[in-house]
Design a protein. Structure first.
Length: 599
């Protein structure tokens, strides 16, 4: 890595270029090794040291002040950091992925070898270090520590899950339910709580054994009857472990003072997070972040770090040189802001703190009453003030205000011309006008579009389906209301099951289903990638067996507009009457014609 950095130093990269190289290249170099072995702490420190030196130093071998600690720079951008990865936490997240693979692919060659060596009579989660373990096994167990903190049992048949001992509920963290009865069966299994006839939870047994809060958590799960009990990762919506979610968990469990301090200052973090949405070049965005992080070389900050320097501003000599003074309060800065024509705050920049001034700039950026050419130019003003300060102090150059204003406007104009093309640009117009649209099925196959709408406050769901042929003619359509629905995914599940049952009832055996439900479609087409929806997928697959040939696809709202509008009429207009009809509804004819004419 140091040899790679040696070549990068010669390229005179901006802060934006350094950020890209560190995140995309430097941090990717040790990934293969970190996926297999736990790196020693000294190795992590050496790699971190090389990256921090590259970030702060302009030339190799010349050390500069590290204004912000690497630990703080590894915080998320929304929490005031730069989003770099902590190598030790990232290493653990990568190793946890290996543990997840051993858990999910227990019949793989690697899993069978490790089982024969370390846990012949148990499973991976209960395996011990063993005698004379390999370093790879030690490393996997290091990843398992993180994995266990986000795992819960996923209910299939429920035969292998102990109600009181296993973590099969999730309430911020995976947990077992609280014991309500004084006397209870210690070997009670989850399958004993499921009604075998209806394949749903037995409410009488739930109320007998659990408190109301735990009953709510239990009812959120849908048992995948007929399948083995498995595991689910609780820190993403699809239930499969990812390195990204594992790293997020490792960071959220971090109780260091740096993270506590960052989370204790939400207003400052909000300002820093807004900086990354400013329309300007990456190097200027990083400069704005440095200004808000007190990471610029001004005399006030140098004195705070123990250096003995003259605290007065080198340009005006009237006040101490702070970041706020250089960018807002110095007479040269005030004159430049005035020449630009930027609207001043009520009390002026000089009577406000640095945070107040930045908050004002970021707020006025969204003011639609002022021209964009004025409100969006402030990043270049701040950048040029800083460059002029350094040119005056280190090179003895002093630029006139008028020339600086022209330079600012020219730089901003050139950047916007490249990165924000005008609406008149033909290519831009073509992209904006090319919308995703509904596509007719092949000859001999009918397409069924399923729409769902759900209101959380009333727990009312509307469902609708349209059946169209290859000539784009509506053969049948239907609408139905569902009450007492607790979640959108439950509404989508009920709507899709109802649509499939309707196709079977109407003897339509070749159907292409389209629905706005990537989670449910994923649970059917890629069940290993969507374990959190395994119960829904199993029930939908069971109903699909009634059809001869079928295909299922998740689509966007634009492609499913007709079915969605029909379903929304239940929740929005209270059209609660269910019906099935031939042809197309008159009030949706314009939308259906739009699907046809756009082809």
């Amino acid at each position: 890595m140091r040899s790679r950095f040696h070549g990068w130093y010669d390229k005179f990269l901006s802060a934006g270029g350094k950020e890209v190289l560190l995140k995309a290249v430097a941090m990717a170099m040790p990934v293969f090794a970190m996926s297999v072995f736990k790196l020693p702490k000294i190795t992590c420190r050496n790699l971190t040291s090389a990256m921090t030196n590259f970030w702060w130093n302009a030339q190799e071998g010349k050390k500069k002040i590290h204004w912000v600690s690497w630990e703080r720079m590894c915080l998320e951008k929304k929490n005031g950091g730069l989003g770099f990865r902590d190598l030790e936490k990232f290493n653990q997240a990568l190793l946890a992925k290996q543990g997840w693979r051993l858990l999910m692919n227990s019949d793989s060659l690697c899993a069978r070898f490790l089982r024969s060596r370390y846990y012949p009579n148990g499973d991976f989660l209960s395996a011990s270090l063993g005698s004379r373990p390999s370093y790879a096994w030690r490393s996997i167990l290091f990843g398992r520590i993180l994995l266990e903190k986000g795992l819960r049992r996923d209910v299939g048949s429920g035969e292998d899950i102990n109600v009181w001992m296993d973590k099969w509920l999730f309430d911020e963290v995976p947990k077992a339910p609280l014991r309500k009865p004084v006397l209870f069966n210690l070997d009670l299994r989850v399958c004993d709580l499921i009604c075998p006839q209806t394949k749903t939870w037995d409410m009488e047994k739930l109320q007998e054994n659990f408190f109301a809060a735990d009953i709510k958590l239990i009812l959120k799960q849908k048992p995948a009857m007929g399948e083995k009990d498995a595991y689910e990762w609780v820190h993403n919506r699809w239930g499969a472990y990812t390195v990204k979610s594992g790293y997020w968990l490792a960071c959220s469990l971090d109780q260091s003072e740096v993270r506590k301090e960052a989370l204790a200052r939400p207003s400052l973090n909000e300002l820093r997070s807004k900086v990354w949405k400013v329309n300007t070049s990456p190097k200027i965005r990083i400069f704005l972040w440095k200004a808000l992080s007190n990471a610029l070389s001004v005399t006030d900050e140098l004195i705070a770090r123990g250096m003995k320097v003259d605290s007065r501003c080198q340009r005006c000599g009237f006040s101490s040189e702070s970041i706020n003074h250089i960018l807002f309060s110095c007479p040269f800065a005030r004159l430049l802001w005035a020449q630009i024509g930027f609207p001043f705050p009520p009390r002026g920049f000089e009577n406000r703190s640095l945070l107040e001034n930045f908050a004002y700039l970021l707020e006025i950026k969204s003011n639609k009453e002022l021209p964009d050419a004025l409100t969006l130019i402030f990043p270049w003003v701040l950048w040029m003030l800083w460059k002029n300060k350094n040119a005056f102090e280190f090179e003895g150059k002093e630029y006139a205000v008028e020339a600086t204003v022209e330079k600012i406007k020219d730089d901003a104009r050139q950047w916007f011309e490249v990165h924000l093309p005008t609406v008149n640009n033909e290519e831009t117009c073509r992209r904006r006008n090319s919308k995703v649209q509904w596509k007719a099925p092949s000859a001999g196959i009918l397409k069924c579009n399923v729409g769902v709408a759900w209101t959380k406050s009333t727990k009312l769901a509307g469902a609708a389906w349209f059946v169209r042929d290859s000539r784009e003619v509506v053969q049948l359509h239907s609408r139905r209301a569902f009450s007492g629905i607790d979640s959108l995914v439950e509404a989508k599940h009920l709507a899709l099951v109802w649509a499939i049952e309707s196709m079977a009832f109407h003897k339509i055996n070749k159907v292409f289903f389209e629905v706005e439900a990537p989670d449910l479609v994923g649970a059917i087409t890629r069940p290993r990638a969507w374990p959190a929806f395994r119960g829904y997928g199993a029930e939908i697959l069971e109903v699909l067996q009634r059809l001869g040939e079928w295909e299922l696809q998740s689509i966007s709202r634009e492609e499913n507009k007709c079915a969605f509008l029909m379903a929304r009429s239940v929740t929005k207009e209270q059209r609660l009457q269910s019906y099935v009809a031939q042809g197309e509804p008159e009030w949706l004819r314009r939308v259906l014609d739009g699907d046809r004419t756009r082809r």
